[in-house]
Write a protein that binds this ligand. Structure first.
Ligand SMILES: CC(C)(COP(=O)(O)OP(=O)(O)OC[C@H]1O[C@@H](n2cnc3c(N)ncnc32)[C@H](O)[C@@H]1OP(=O)(O)O)[C@@H](O)C(=O)NCCC(=O)NCCS
Length: 312
């Protein structure tokens, strides 16, 4: 049993924060941020704008794109680590906001920056088993909630936003979510984690080293598993954490840079929303065409890592 992508939507908060805005409040520079990360700007939600607000807008846009209403969806999975409320899930709250009446289930996955791959993996399993027929996946994060403005090494790296994809059951195994792999290593959890006072704690250089090793490993693993090579892949959408990490992954995969989608300059690192926001950006700007094969590797806190192959 296969599946196919039938709708997408995204939302970025109105407020754009440029590198120069950080220059005014901490000892940093546009030059340092661009050279070390490739980031130029990011979107920050308003104080009163929540993860659920952003997720709901992205979800409604995906429904409109697919020509569906929320009652046509039979499962919602949300990748996020930054929800304001510990419970209920963002998924249930989104269903409530959209007025769902069909009692469809919803749950969140907390795979951090690999969260959307974890969500894709769950969806693939549900389609393969035939347990669900139309699934909405949302990645939604308000990472600006966690920023410690006294820590310049993490404050400049993150952004907010939400994206949603809708997949439906199909008899073709060559479309939609074709393959996924997810992994974790909890012994390395202290490399990158949240603190009890809601700040990001990160060993940047060690995280960097892991990212440039594990993302290409996951990409190679999934290509081998699916029986394809890099020549069969139209685009790589890597998790958008750092331009240098992305370039290094491209090099290790011997994949041409012009086929690597980069949005880290515009969105910074939006954690679980990063890949879906990048894909939505590529659709909106006619960069990625329907039918193309996307390889999406990611890496994040946990440690977690993984990859997905999606024919869009
Ligand atoms: C965070 C990161 C950009 C830092 O780049 P780096 O080249 O490793 O820099 P370092 O941490 O070694 O710091 C180098 C210097 O820059 C300084 N620095 C750190 N942040 C700075 C900032 N925003 N502005 C100016 N200087 C800064 C450091 O204090 C250090 O100064 P020192 O040499 O005087 O001590 C990089 O390590 C990285 O991207 N890591 C991975 C992060 C990531 O992907 N996280 C999410 C995973 S999902």
């Amino acid at each position: 049993m296969g599946n196919r992508l039938i709708g997408y939507g995204s939302y970025l908060p109105e407020r754009v924060v440029a590198n120069q805005d950080f220059e005014k409040i901490m000892d940093t520079s546009d030059e340092w941020i661009v050279t070390r990360t490739g980031m130029r700007e990011r979107h920050f939600a308003r104080d009163d704008e929540t993860v659920v607000d952003m997720a709901t807008i992205a979800a409604q846009r995906a429904l409109d794109n697919a020509g569906l209403t929320i009652d046509d969806i039979d499962l919602v999975i949300v990748a996020n680590v930054s929800a304001e409320l510990d419970f209920p899930s963002v998924g249930c709250q989104v269903l409530g906001r959209l007025g769902a009446k069909n009692n469809a289930p919803a749950f969140d996955v907390r795979g951090a920056c690999t969260g959307f791959i974890y969500a894709l993996h769950c969806a693939r399993g549900f389609f393969t088993s035939g347990m669900h027929r139309r699934i909405m996946l949302i990645g939604a994060e308000k990472m600006s909630r966690f920023i410690d403005y006294n820590d310049r090494s993490t404050a400049v790296l993150f952004g907010d936003g939400a994206g949603a994809l809708i997949f439906e059951h199909s008899t073709s195994s060559y479309s939609g979510i074709i393959d996924t792999v997810i992994m974790s290593d909890g012994t390395e959890f202290d490399m990158l984690h949240g603190s009890p006072d809601h700040h990001i704690m990160m060993n940047g250089p060690e995280t960097y080293k892991k990212a440039v090793q594990l993302m290409p490993d996951a990409a190679n693993y999934i290509m081998e598993h699916a029986g394809i090579t890099a020549d069969n892949v139209d685009w790589i959408i890597p998790h958008q954490a750092n331009l240098r990490i992305i370039q290094s992954c491209a090099q290790r995969l011997e994949f041409p840079l012009e086929k690597i989608l980069v949005t880290v300059d515009k969105h910074a690192n939006t954690s679980g929303a990063s890949g879906v926001l990048a894909l939505a950006y590529a659709f909106d700007n006619d960069i990625i065409k329907r039918g193309q094969l996307i390889l999406y590797p990611a890496f994040g806190s946990g440690l977690t890592w993984g990859a997905a192959l999606i024919r869009v």
